[in-house]
Ligand binder design. Structure first.
Ligand code: NFS
Ligand code: SF4
Length: 666
């Protein structure tokens, strides 16, 4: 071990506050995922997709120079088992996002059926928009009746055995035709997940192309199913996001307030916490224990949900969860579902922090469990806040308290992006398309996915974010990538002035937006799908999602959800590049199918590329080739074609003044 590492100085995170806390932790012998990542080297056979363990004759390991020609005990080839492995990962991801969406629908139905008073329909316009897409009559009907029909219709997407999922119709016609041609329009979310597991067990589908095609069907069931349902129903219940100012970093916690973290993915409990921490009785109770007030902070995608809608500060993404507790300032660390490291309980034991699990399907030995129930949401949230307040006087051990934090602007929904390009009455995607056609904006990158302890975490996000905007690429970001960009100070409009290329800067200044638009949680990647569909419909670029000068990048991905997301973007027509080593590295055949064959069929692909410089080059190459294929002006920095002047804020306000008071943003 190098002496720097011994002293705990090895770069773990590209975020200075996180690095400071992690170093302090190492000096105190408090281990984190970073230390465990050093010790736990991945098995190279499984890591590269060359191990099959779907039956107990194995695991069969395809190693050595004849790996390409060897067979498992059942006769399966390396390509077969490698394809099976990756689509099984994608099935896990679709199940996660699907279940999350299902829970949101149950909450919507609880509201519609009058079973809870703790939630309402906050965005009726969005409800009507979705009702319209689902062919549900809404005019003149009671809102809750419409909500009930919407909820029940979306629930059908889970159990449908034959036919097509509802939101497939939102994709451009040409994109849908490609799915139909290859027989991969999903029927129901649960059915596609179950069939993935069925097809990939011993003695089932042995054709790698066929296995991977079903993997794509399973992925469509996520992107145009579970995740999209989650985004839309969450907007209906809690409001469609509009830009908000907030703060990011591990420096958001305060010494003189009760600090409560909401971590996970589902917004229901977190939304309720936002309400109850403002209740005067609870604030008084906090004061009675010596605190000045109550400070709520988010983590991972639950953070993104309440950041987008309420400006609740975010403490960051996946790798920040243990360091957050190491500040010594967290009185209650509340978790719901997904991406929760069981290790938080071990770190919490070294401080006074109470870890509280709240989901029936996520329990952690050593944590306190308080079951969330949407029928009694506020009572449960109050109970948790009281526990945190009671725990405030127990802070004894000093942690590593950092104070540096960064301003962020978040809250860019599909609807707001449309609105910002012309106001409520003239909103469209025309200005964005025009800016791309004119070469002001070279292309669009969706920067998404996790942050990983296997890199200096968040570092590749930061590198790509700055290098891309410098080259006039507009970034839309989600999930922990947004947390990484926020924690680096990149989510402000000023960033455009400082770092963006001349064309992108001009567009950002005219509209008043940052060059990196925070679109929300990982389920909100579906906002990118609907934005891309709207751009296709607007005209002037590609008439389908495929062929757009757009690329998806998940440079530090770690989860099965990320694999499912990567696949649904690929099959929707977006070339996707994942960082890190490839989980199908062992099979050239599977790698070829996922890049070349998928590109021929769907105009999308899923690459794995560990070198950040090469990720950047590959993304720009895809963008420039798409521009050339669309016969758009060749991108040259600082040189653009004349185009219609973008509507600025002042012009938009003029239109707004003339209009009726607006009920929503679309
Ligand atoms: Ni997405 Fe959000 Fe983060 Fe990765 Fe996990 S929190 S759902 S999976 S680690 S980006
Ligand atoms: Fe080996 Fe075939 Fe069993 Fe896989 S399914 S473990 S390749 S025998």
């Amino acid at each position: 071990m190098a002496s720097e590492e011994k002293k705990g100085k090895k770069a773990r995170s590209a975020s200075a506050p996180a690095q400071e806390i992690i170093e302090w932790g190492m000096s105190q012998d408090i281990g984190t995922c970073f230390d465990r990542a050093d010790k736990m080297k991945p098995c190279p056979i499984g890591h590269s997709g060359a191990c099959c363990k779907v039956c107990h004759m194995g695991p069969c390991r395809f190693v050595g120079k004849d790996a390409d020609t060897m067979k498992g005990i059942c006769g399966a080839t390396l390509a077969t088992i490698s394809a099976r492995n990756i689509v099984r990962m994608a099935a896990g991801g679709t199940a996660c996002h699907g279940d999350h969406g299902r829970d949101m629908v149950f909450t919507l139905l609880a509201v519609a059926n009058g079973e809870t008073k703790d939630f309402q329909i906050k965005d009726v316009r969005k409800l009507y928009k979705i009702a319209g897409i689902l062919d549900i009559e809404f005019e003149g009907r009671p809102v809750l009746d419409v909500a009930k029909d919407v909820g029940n219709k979306l629930l059908e997407d889970y159990g449908r055995q034959r036919g097509e999922m509802n939101f497939i119709r939102r994709a451009p016609k040409k994109t849908q035709e490609r799915w139909k041609k290859w027989g991969i329009v999903p029927r129901g979310i649960d059915r596609e997940v179950a069939e993935t597991l069925d097809r990939t067990t011993m003695g089932m589908d042995a054709d790698p192309d066929s296995i991977l095609l079903h993997g794509l069907r399973n992925a469509v069931a996520n992107g145009w199913g579970g995740s999209m349902i989650s985004t839309e129903v969450t907007d209906i219940l809690f409001g469609t996001p509009m830009p908000v100012k907030a703060e990011a970093s591990l420096g958001i916690f305060t010494e003189d307030e009760v600090n409560i973290v909401v971590h996970g993915h589902e917004p229901s409990l977190a939304e309720t916490m936002v309400d109850v921490v403002a209740e005067p009785e609870l604030i008084e109770y906090a004061k009675s224990k010596g605190a000045k007030g109550i400070n709520l902070g988010g983590m991972c995608c639950t953070a993104n949900e309440v950041l987008m809608r309420h400006g609740i500060p975010t403490a960051g993404g996946f790798t920040n969860q243990e360091p957050a507790i190491m500040t010594g300032l967290i009185d209650a660390f509340t978790v719901d579902i997904q991406c929760i490291m069981p290790a938080i309980v071990d770190v919490a034991k070294k401080f006074h922090t109470k870890v509280i699990t709240t989901a029936e399907k996520v329990k952690i030995p050593g944590a306190m469990h308080i079951q969330f129930d949407e029928h009694h949401a506020k009572d449960i949230a109050r109970q948790i806040v009281k526990i945190a307040i009671d725990n405030y006087p127990n802070r004894t051990k000093k942690g590593s308290h950092v104070t540096e934090k960064f301003p962020v602007v978040a809250g860019f929904s599909h609807e707001y992006i449309e609105y910002m390009q012309g106001g409520r009455w003239r909103g469209s995607f025309r200005p964005l398309n025009d800016a791309i056609m004119a070469g002001r904006i070279r292309g669009v990158v969706g920067l998404a996915g996790c942050d990983s302890p296997r890199f200096p975490s968040t570092g590749v996000h930061k590198f790509l974010a700055t290098e891309l905007i410098k080259r006039d690429v507009l970034i839309v970001s989600t999930g922990c990538s947004s947390a990484a960009c926020g924690g680096a100070g990149y989510l402000t409009p000023e960033m455009a002035l400082e770092q963006a290329g001349p064309g992108l800067r001009e567009v950002c200044e005219a509209i008043g937006i940052p060059p990196i638009l925070h679109l929300g949680a990982c389920v909100d990647n579906t906002r990118i799908l609907t934005i891309a569909s709207a751009m296709a419909e607007e005209g002037g670029l590609s008439d389908e999602i495929g062929g757009m000068p757009a690329v998806g990048i998940a440079p530090e991905w770690i989860t099965e959800k990320a694999v499912s997301i990567g696949m649904y973007f690929a099959v929707s027509g977006v070339p996707v590049i994942f960082g890190g080593e490839s989980p199908v590295e062992a099979s050239k055949e599977v790698t070829r199918i996922m890049t070349e064959v998928w590109f021929e069929r769907f105009k999308g692909a899923l690459h794995f590329e560990p070198d950040p410089e090469k990720i950047l080059a590959l993304a720009l190459d895809y963008i420039d080739k798409a521009r050339a294929a669309l016969k758009l002006r060749k991108y040259e920095p600082g040189k653009f074609a004349a185009e219609k002047v973008l509507m600025d804020m002042a012009a938009r306000r003029e239109i707004e003044k003339a209009a009726k008071p607006h009920l929503g943003i679309y």
